[in-house]
Design a binder for this molecule. Sequence first.
Ligand code: ADP
Ligand code: MG
Length: 566
Amino acid sequence: EMNKETLGFQTEAKQLLHLMIHSLYSNREIFLRELISNASDAIDKLRFAALADESLLEGQGDYRVQVDVDPEAKTISIDDNGIGMNRDEVIEHLGTIAKSGTAAFLQNLSGDQKKDSQLIGQFGVGFYSAFIVANRVEVHTRKAGDDAGAGVLWESHGESEFSVEQRDKVGRGTRVTLYLKEGCEEFADDYRVRSVIKKYSDHISVPVMMLESEPPAAEPEEGAEPAAPQYKAVNEATALWTRSRTEVSDDEYKAFYRHVSHDFDDPLTWSHNRVEGKLEYTSLLYLPKRAPFDLWNRDMARGLKLYVQRTFIMDEAEQFLPMYLRFIKGVVDSNDLPLNVSREILQRDGQVESMRSALTKRALDMLDKLSRQEGDDYAEFWKQFGEVLKEGPAEDFANREKIAKLLRFATTHTDTPVQDQSLEDYVSRMGENQDKIYYVVAENFNTAKNSPHLEVFRKKGIEVLLLSDRIDEWLMGHLQEFDGKPLQDVARGNLELGEESEEEKAEREQLAKQSEGLVERLAKVLESSVAEVRASGRLTDSPACLVVGEQDMGAQMRRIMEAAGQ
Ligand code: ADP
Ligand code: MG
């Protein structure tokens, strides 16, 4: 055919396709969730575009997704009347992967099926999941507003290439048809498909319709036309967050989480709230169980799904939560923002600022609640996201006390690398005369634990936080105090460990006298390397240690600066 063009998949797309088919076979029903999710996204996009240009609806504003199965032909098709795609868009969206961090993601794959399926899940399986169950996929689509003649047929066997050609399409939107593989015929079975749709798509706000399976109960009268079967919604079709908390089951919350996050796992916890009054909005925040592969990638996708009066506006609205809570997923639906709100407007809107501060509190409260629950969930959260939360006090000064309560540390109290002690725990164990919270920072846990600076603390039974994450010194610099107690680096300046007894004082003075000569000689020898040599009571076993001046940069900070070539 003249207009038929055969094109190769982008390398990354090919790799992902291949991996997906192999790693996700045991999870294969999720292809339906992905395709329905795309159909629902396409309808959301049209709904949004039609706000500005109603003619796009072509007089047909009843949005729906239609699923048809044909057990004989072994096909299933998912049809939407959403925004559709033109030829260029088809080639771009169904032939490449545009996501940032794709290369890093592919590198992270290990060949271990279980681990990889997890990662692919977090990456977002998407359209290509169709090839888990199909050996041939056809997409017939036409962009809303274009002529029937602008219809496009895309086709692929899921190997290295696909074809596109012109094919008239009267109705706008997209129909995806899957020719099922051997062993996947179950997805041409009406009953099976209904149950998968119920499981994954109940919370989607557009109706997902299937042909009525039961024939009408009454026998048609003699001579009358038999009633034609009708399409009926299989899912609940109300946006989940608009329902009241008591009406939504945990399973529904979990299913909705998988929809917004593309995660395979359940969330650790969630928080669903409706706010009324000066500002009106609904939020549903989720805490994932596992860190995404790109948590440390500066331009990782983050933020909430934004709706205005139940109309989808954008994904990844970053303005509603601070950077240090970038792992939170969910939805915010505002009653007050204008429907034509853009990212630029969001950035300098006063309402958004108020919502951000309220949502930040909600998220911190959700973490606080989790930290007070029995079980390992908070420890799991801390392992995955603790280092990110440590960015909090620097970024969000106003909430630093709230954040400080959520932090967990390794300390000399337990002497293990597990970060499971809170500052509240520490304070509750402080001695009567202790007025500071002590910490030591080192490159790794063992160095921290064996630091000569700790000798005197161990001797006196004073607990010290053992810090060894890259961000710890930065964190301490911004935290400064907790519960009115200053945080003190044991490697800095003079240490006063509570009241000194007469005996200790005498011992110290005698020691100073004895060492006068030695101190003088050392000061001379080390003249060019140190600012001062002092006899000290802080060591019990080691002969000497380096101390940083109170105002100087910490040792860890200095290493970071050096590494950065400063
Ligand atoms: P994602 O949905 O995360 O963007 P997918 O792989 O599921 O990734 O889909 C890739 C892209 O293909 C979508 O972003 C969209 O632009 C396009 N697309 C897929 N399905 C449809 C559809 N039914 N209607 C319109 N566009 C679609
Ligand atoms: Mg998708």
